[in-house]
Design a protein around this ligand. Structure first.
Ligand code: ADP
Ligand code: ASP
Ligand code: MG
Length: 630
C-alpha cells in the first residue's frame, strides 16, 4: 500500500468550505488504496495576524514565546481538518508536531528538524486513520515548542514523507496550494508565466531560495536528500500539477527554466578590508556564529592591499548583522555601510551548467530596460543581479523571523524589481511552451502524469553512507568538492556604474565564442564597480583583448587585469547557503592553510571560490578533509 502525504497551505484552508474540500481530497486518496497523512498550515492569514497581535504588545518579542503563539495557528487547523474528515465518515486523528516527536534544534522561529519518530504516525495509520499533522512546528530537546520559519509547513510535509520513506513506506508527497503548480515565475507578477510539468530538485531549490515563495526552500533540501517525489498542485482542482524530481536529461537542454524576484534583502558593503587570507573567514564566521545566512557575496579583488566585500542578508537580519560585525569592522579598520532598498532578480536553469550566453542575455534584457545592476553573482545553475529600488524601504520584516511572504511582497513596492522580472521573463521567452512546460517530453504525454518512480534515481551507497553520517535529518549534505584548474580571471577595475556596461562587456566576450563561467560584480566606490569573471585559460588573451577594447570605448580610465594563475573550487551539495556552517567551514579550512580567496560565489547547491592556482590541489585536499569526504 502506498503512503500519500498531502500538505494544504493557508489559503487552501481559509474557511470551512475549503477545509471540507481538503478533507474530501484526503478521503479520495484513502479510497484510492493509500494510507494518508495530511499536513496542514494555519488558516488564511492566521500566522500574520498572530504576529501582529504580538507586535501590539512588544516590538522585540522573545523567540520562544513567539513560537508558543505561532504554533497555535496550525493546532486550530489540525482539529478542524480532522473534524471535517470525521464528518465525511472517515476515521481521522489530529496530532501536533511535539506529539509525533518532531525534534528540532532550539533556534526558535527558524528551528531545524533533527529527527522524526515515526512510531506514533505508524500506529495511527495502522488503526485506519487519516493522520492530520500540524505543519511548521516541533519540539526542541528541552521540550519547548519551536517553529521552522515562515512557510515551514512544506518542510514538515516533505520531512515526514522522507522519514516514512526511510521507514520503508512507498511515499509520494503532494503540496496543495492556490496555484496550479510551479510557474516559470510568480504568476501574480507576470500574468503570462507558464506552469511547468516538471522541474528538478536543484532548480526548485534555487528558485525557492531566490524568492519563488511557492515552496519553502528547505523542503526541497529534504526532497532531494531523501529522494522524495513531490508534486505541487491546486487545492481547488484535480489538474496535474508540477512534479519536482531528480534531474532528467532533457532538463539540461534549457539554460533557463524560470526566474524569481526577492524583495526582502538588504545590501551591505564592507570596505577597506585588509586583502589577506582569513579575513573573509572572520567576517562570515562571525555571521554564521550568529546564525545569519548571507546570500550574495561579491568580494572584490581590491587594490593597494585593501579589498571590499559586498553581501546581502535578509532585511529582518540587518540590525543583527550590523551589531554582530561591529567589533570586527572596528578592529580591521574597515567601514560597513548599508545601501538603499534593493530587489534581486535571478534566473535559474539546469542547462546553465553546459550552455553559455545566459549572462549576456540577462544583462542585455536588463540594460534594454534601463536597469542598473548593483551586484552580480553566479552559481552553477543560477545568476542573480541586485537592483536598487527608488522608494525607501517601507517596512522591515519582524526581527529574527523570515519575512511575511505574500503580504510582504505586496506591501512593498519593488517597482523596478517587478519590471525587471517581467523584462527577463520575456527576454528568455519563458511564456512559450517547451518540453516540460506544456509540450510532451519523450517519456510520453507530459511524462509526469504517473508516479515518477522510474525517474527517481536510487540512492547510491555513497549517498546512503553520507546520509547515515548525518546527525540530524536537516544537517547539510555536502556531496563533493571539485577543482577546475583550467580557468583564468579577468577583472575590470573602476567600471562606471551605468546601465548597459556589463552587457557590453559580456557581449564582446561572448561574440568571441568565449565561455564565461563565474561572474562577480561589486560596487567599489561612488559610481564605480569592479567586475570579475573567469574564462578558460586558453581564451584568456583573447578575452582580455576583447574586454580591453570595449572598456576603452566605455571609459579609458578603467583598468583591465588578467590573471591566468587561478583555480576554481566548487563545493557541491544541498542547502549550501542557508546552512551558515558551510561557508564557515570552507573559509575556515582555507584560512587555516593561509590560502587567499580571490572570488566567492554562493548558491543553495554550490559554493564556488577562486584561489591562487599553485595552491589549487592543496585547497581541494583541505576542503575534502574539512567536509569529511573520502
Ligand atoms: P500556501 O499558503 O499554499 O503555502 P504560498 O503563498 O506559500 O501558498 O505559495 C503560493 C504562492 O506562491 C502563489 O500564490 C504565488 O503567488 C507564489 N509564487 C511565487 N513564485 C511562484 C512560482 N514560480 N510558481 C508558482 N507560484 C509562485
Ligand atoms: N503558518 C506558517 C506561515 O504562515 C507556516 C506555513 O504556512 O507554511 O508561515
Ligand atoms: Mg507556502
Amino acid at each position: 500500500m502506498g503512503l500519500v502525504v498531502q500538505k494544504f497551505g493557508g489559503s487552501s484552508l481559509r474557511d470551512a468550505d475549503r477545509v471540507m474540500e481538503a478533507a474530501r481530497k484526503a478521503i479520495r486518496a484513502k479510497h484510492g488504496g493509500n494510507q494518508v497523512i495530511v499536513v496542514v498550515s494555519a488558516q488564511g492569514s492566521t500566522t500574520d495576524d498572530l504576529i501582529a497581535k504580538a507586535a501590539q504588545i512588544t516590538a522585540s518579542p522573545s523567540a520562544r514565546e513567539m513560537d508558543m503563539l505561532l504554533a497555535t495557528g496550525e493546532q486550530v487547523s489540525i482539529a478542524l481538518t480532522a473534524l471535517a474528515i470525521q464528518e465525511l465518515g472517515e476515521k481521522a486523528v489530529s496530532l501536533t508536531g511535539p506529539q509525533v516527536g518532531i525534534v528540532t534544534d532550539s533556534t526558535h522561529r527558524k528551528a531545524r528538524i533533527k529527527s522524526i519518530d515515526t512510531r506514533r504516525l505508524v500506529e495511527a495509520l495502522d488503526a485506519g486513520n487519516v493522520v492530520v499533522l500540524a505543519g511548521f512546528q516541533g519540539m526542541d530537546e528541552l521540550g519547548d515548542i519551536s517553529t521552522l520559519g515562515r512557510g515551514g509547513s512544506d518542510t514538515t510535509a516533505v520531512a515526514v514523507a522522507a522519514a516514512m520513506k526511510l521507514a520503508g513506506y512507498d511515499v509520494t508527497c503532494e503540496i496543495f496550494t492556490d496555484v496550479d503548480g510551479v510557474y516559470t515565475t510568480d504568476p501574480r507578477i507576470v500574468p503570462d508565466a507558464r506552469k511547468m510539468d516538471a522541474i528538478s530538485y536543484d532548480e526548485m531549490l534555487e528558485m525557492a531560495s531566490m524568492g519563488a515563495g511557492v515552496m519553502h526552500s528547505r523542503s526541497i533540501e529534504f526532497a532531494k536528500k531523501f529522494d522524495v517525489p513531490l508534486m505541487v498542485r491546486n487545492s481547488l482542482s484535480d489538474a496535474v500539477g508540477t512534479w519536482i524530481v531528480p534531474e532528467a536529461e532533457w532538463m539540461g537542454e534549457f539554460p533557463v527554466c524560470g526566474c524569481a524576484l526577492a524583495v526582502d534583502e538588504a545590501r551591505l558593503v564592507l570596505e577597506g578590508v585588509p586583502d589577506r587570507p582569513g579575513v573573509s573567514h572572520r567576517v562570515f564566521a562571525a555571521l554564521a556564529g550568529a546564525n545569519i545566512a548571507v546570500d550574495m557575496i561579491a568580494q572584490s579583488v581590491g587594490s593597494g592591499g585593501r579589498a571590499s566585500i559586498g553581501f546581502t542578508v535578509l532585511n529582518s537580519e540587518l540590525e543583527r548583522t550590523k551589531k554582530t560585525l561591529g567589533p570586527l569592522v572596528a578592529e580591521l579598520g574597515a567601514t560597513l555601510s548599508e545601501t538603499g532598498k534593493v530587489s534581486k532578480v535571478s534566473v535559474v536553469g539546469a542547462g546553465m551548467r553546459t550552455l553559455s550566453g545566459v549572462a549576456e542575455k540577462l544583462f542585455q534584457a536588463l540594460s534594454a530596460d534601463g536597469v542598473n545592476m548593483k551586484m552580480i553573482t553566479t552559481g552553477d545553475i543560477k545568476i542573480s543581479v541586485l537592483i536598487e529600488e527608488d522608494a525607501p524601504a517601507e517596512e522591515a520584516a519582524p526581527e529574527g523571523g523570515e519575512p511575511i511572504k505574500k503580504a510582504h511582497l505586496e506591501s512593498r513596492k519593488a517597482v523596478k524589481g517587478r519590471k525587471a522580472l517581467r523584462a527577463v521573463h520575456a527576454a528568455f521567452g519563458l511564456a512559450a511552451p517547451r518540453k516540460g512546460a506544456g509540450v510532451a517530453t519523450e517519456a510520453g504525454g507530459t511524462g509526469f502524469k504517473v508516479r515518477p518512480s522510474p525517474l527517481v534515481v536510487p540512492a547510491t551507497r555513497d549517498r546512503e553512507a553520507a546520509i547515515a553520517r548525518l546527525e540530524g535529518m536537516e544537517d547539510v549534505l555536502v556531496s563533493g568538492v571539485q577543482l577546475n584548474a583550467d580557468q583564468s580571471r579577468v577583472t575590470i577595475h573602476d567600471l562606471p556604474d551605468k546601465p548597459g556596461n556589463c552587457s557590453r562587456v559580456f557581449n564582446a566576450v561572448a561574440t568571441g565564442g568565449i565561455l564565461v563561467d563565474m561572474i562577480v560584480q561589486n560596487l567599489t566606490g561612488p559610481e564605480r564597480a569592479e567586475l570579475s569573471f573567469t574564462v578558460p585559460r586558453a581564451d584568456l588573451t583573447r578575452a582580455l583583448k576583447r574586454t580591453q577594447d570595449v572598456v576603452q570605448q566605455i571609459d579609458p580610465t578603467c583598468r583591465v587585469v588578467g590573471d591566468s594563475d587561478v583555480a576554481v573550487l566548487f563545493v557541491l551539495g544541498v542547502g549550501m547557503r542557508t546552512h551558515t556552517g558551510v561557508a564557515r567551514t570552507m573559509f575556515g579550512a582555507l584560512a587555516a592553510r593561509g590560502i587567499n580567496i580571490v572570488m566567492i560565489n554562493t548558491s543553495e547547491v554550490c559554493v564556488g571560490v577562486v584561489v591562487e592556482r599553485p595552491r589549487g590541489e592543496e585547497a581541494l585536499a583541505c576542503l575534502r578533509e574539512a567536509f569529511k569526504l573520502a
